[in-house]
Design a protein around this ligand. Structure first.
Ligand code: GDP
Length: 445
C-alpha cells in the first residue's frame, strides 16, 4: 500500500533533511515536489492543493527549536497534515450493531470485492466480538455470486440465508430480517447486487432494499486500485443511497493510494476498513495514524520532533510556574485557563469527568451555572487593554466601567471576575511556597 507515493516523498525529504538551514525557497521547492507526488498518486487536485497550502502555512509560522532541523520540522508538519486528511471516524472499526439483529447493507460495483468483504467482516464480527452473523446474497442476477457467498460462509463458519430461486432482492431482505430475528442473530449482512457501472436500476434496487432493511450501517465497497474513480463512485453512491462508511479494497496492490487521501475530503465519508488481499483475514481497520506513518515512512523523525516539542512545552510550563509562584498570575493566565476549560467541554464536561460529580451536574443545571459564564468572563478579559491584562491592579472604577461596557456586561460581573482572579493568584502563591503548585501542574500535564 502506498509504496510509490512513499518512495517519492522520502526522496523529497531526504534532500530536505540533509540541508542544515532551510530557506523559504527550499521549503517551496520541496512542497512543489510533494504536490506532484500526490497528484501522481491520483490524489484529487483540490485535495493536493489544500494539503500543500496547509503545510506551507504551518511551516512558515513555526518557531524552530534548537534540537531539530527545519527539514525535520517540515516532515513532522507533513505527517500531521497527512493524518488530518486521513482522519475520519474516531473508531473506524466499531460497527453500529446494537439492537440485534442489526442490519448491515453492503453496496458497490461488481468486482469491487463486495462479497469477499462481506465475508471478511462477518468473520471479524464473529471472532473478535463473538457475534452471531447471518449473511444473505441479494444478487438475483448472478446465481454464481449467491453461491460464492454460501461457499465463503461455509469456509469461515458463518451462516448464510438459504437460496430460494425466483425471489426479488427486497423479498430476500425481508426473509433475512425474519430469519435473523427468529434465529437469534446479532447481525445480518445484506450483500446487494453490483454492476459494472452505476445505473438507475442498480440504485433503485439498492434504495428499495435500504428502505425495507433500514440498515444501521451502509458500507460502500470500492476498489482502491481505481484511484480517483473510487472517489467518484463513492460520491455518487452516497448522494443516491447514503453510506455510513467506505471500505477500500485491493490496498495490498501497487495502487497509487490516492483514493485513500481524497476520500474523506471529497465525499465527507470515512474510510472504515481496507482490504489487503484475497484471504479472509486480509482486512484491517483504517487507522490514520498508522497509515500516515506508512506513507511517509519517517517514524523516527516524527518521534524526534514530538519529543522536542514536548520539551518546549515543559519549558514553557516551568516558566509559567515560576511566575505563578511569585504571585504573577495575570488576566492572560486566567483567560488561558478559561479557554482550556471551554475546550474540555466546559464546566459540564469537566464535571462529567470527575467520578461522583453527576449529581452536582444536575444542581449546576438547576442553578443556571453553565458555559455562558465562562464565555462572559472571556469577553470581559478580551475587553481589557494589554496593560490591564498584564497588571490587573490597574483596574480602577473608570476602567472597569469601560471594560464592562465593551463586553456588553455589568460592572458587578467584572467585579466578580476580579475577585476570582485575586483569589486564584493568592492560592497559586501559597501553593508555590509549599511545592504543591509543582505537583498540581505536573498532574495537569
Ligand atoms: P464483488 O463482485 O464486488 O462481490 O467482488 P468479489 O468479492 O467477488 O471480489 C472480486 C475479486 O477480488 C475476488 O477474486 C477477490 O478475491 C478479490 N479481492 C477482494 N478484495 C480484495 C483485496 O482486498 N485484495 C485483493 N488482492 N483482492 C481482493
Amino acid at each position: 500500500m502506498f509504496e510509490s507515493l512513499s518512495d517519492r516523498l522520502s526522496g523529497v525529504f531526504d534532500k530536505l533533511t540533509k540541508q542544515g538551514a532551510l530557506s523559504d525557497d527550499d521549503v517551496k521547492t520541496a512542497l512543489r515536489e510533494v504536490r506532484v507526488a500526490l497528484l501522481e498518486a491520483d490524489v484529487s487536485l483540490p485535495v493536493a492543493r489544500d494539503f500543500v497550502a496547509a503545510v506551507q502555512a504551518k511551516a512558515t509560522g513555526q518557531a524552530v527549536t534548537k534540537s531539530i532541523t527545519p527539514g525535520q520540522q517540515v516532515i513532522k508538519i507533513v505527517h500531521d497534515e497527512l493524518e488530518r486528511v486521513l482522519t475520519g471516524d474516531t473508531d473506524p472499526g466499531a460497527l453500529k450493531i446494537d439492537n440485534p439483529p442489526a442490519p448491515i447493507l453492503m453496496v458497490g460495483l461488481q468486482g469491487s470485492g463486495k462479497t469477499t468483504t462481506t465475508a471478511k467482516l462477518a468473520k471479524r464480527l464473529k471472532e473478535r466480538e463473538g457475534k452471531r452473523v447471518l449473511m444473505a446474497s441479494l444478487d438475483t442476477n448472478r446465481p454464481a455470486a449467491m453461491e460464492q457467498l454460501a461457499i465463503l460462509g461455509a469456509q469461515i463458519g458463518v451462516d448464510t440465508l438459504p437460496i430460494v430461486k425466483g425471489e426479488t432482492p427486497v423479498q430476500i431482505a425481508k426473509r433475512a430480517k425474519t430469519a435473523a430475528s427468529l434465529g437469534g442473530y446479532d447481525v445480518y449482512m445484506l450483500d446487494t447486487a453490483g454492476r459494472l457501472h452505476i445505473d438507475a436500476e442498480l440504485i433503485a434496487q439498492a434504495a428499495a432494499v435500504r428502505d425495507v432493511a433500514n440498515p444501521r450501517e451502509t458500507l460502500l465497497v470500492v476498489d482502491g486500485l481505481t484511484g480517483q474513480d473510487a472517489v467518484n463512485v463513492a460520491q455518487e453512491f452516497d448522494a443516491k443511497i447514503g453510506v455510513t462508511g467506505v471500505v477500500l479494497t485491493r490496498m495490498d496492490g501497487d495502487g497509487r493510494g490516492g483514493a485513500a487521501l481524497s476520500m474523506r475530503a471529497i465525499t465527507g465519508k470515512p474510510i472504515r476498513f481496507v482490504g489487503l488481499g484475497e484471504k479472509m483475514d486480509a482486512i484491517e481497520t483504517f487507522e490514520p495514524q498508522r497509515i500516515a506513518g506508512r506513507i511517509l515512512g519517517m517514524g523516527d523523525i516524527v518521534a524526534l520532533v514530538e519529543k522536542a516539542q514536548a520539551t518546549i512545552e515543559a519549558e514553557q510550563a516551568e516558566k509559567m510556574m515560576k511566575r505563578f509562584q511569585q504571585g504573577r498570575f495575570n488576566m492572560n493566565d486566567l483567560k488561558m485557563q478559561l479557554d482550556q476549560m471551554l475546550k474540555m467541554g466546559g464546566m459540564q464536561g469537566m464535571m462529567g469527568m470527575i467520578p461522583g460529580m453527576g449529581k452536582m451536574k444536575g444542581q449546576m443545571d438547576a442553578a443556571g451555572i453553565d458555559d455562558s459564564i465562562l464565555r462572559r468572563q472571556i469577553a470581559l478579559i478580551n475587553s481589557m487593554t494589554k496593560k490591564e491584562r498584564a497588571n490587573p491592579d490597574l483596574l480602577a472604577a473608570s476602567r472597569k466601567k469601560r471594560i464592562a461596557a465593551g463586553a456588553g456586561l455589568e460592572v458587578s460581573e467584572l467585579n466578580k471576575l476580579v475577585k476570582q482572579h485575586r483569589q486564584m493568584a493568592d492560592m497559586m502563591k501559597k501553593m508555590g511556597k509549599g511545592g504543591m503548585l509543582k505537583n498540581a501542574m505536573k498532574q495537569m500535564m
